[in-house]
Design a protein. Sequence first.
Length: 150
Amino acid sequence: MELHKIERPQITKNKKRLGKGHGSGTGKTAGRGHKGQKARSGSSIPAYFEGGQMPLHRRLPKRGFTNIFKKQFRIVNLDILQKLDEVEFDIEKMEKLNLIRITRANEKAPVKILANGAEEFNKKIVVKANAFSKTAKAMIEKAGGTAEVI
């Protein structure tokens, strides 16, 4: 075989042509079977429908509750603050550095500093935020910095 005559193999399958005579294998009922809801045009049954049987989401018991008074925080971890060159951090500065979100739902949420991922925290920084975890506050003060609650 010559190189300039090589053709690419057909990768895509041809579209299944429904209802084109009974010799095609998909003629007459066009693969829909005989009668029933799925054989009709315009019918669509949602994936969660169980044929009229009591659906799973109604068979299972209700559990727990959502506390409507839960306080949502915007979180900053100490390991991120340690990587940056800055020494003083307040909420406006953290927003400018894209450390905390300033999008619709959370823009008014208070900022909390956590100690995740900062096992060897040793940077002397000044942080002003709405809340601190006990560990984060202890780590900042141990390194010689200050953790100020606004």
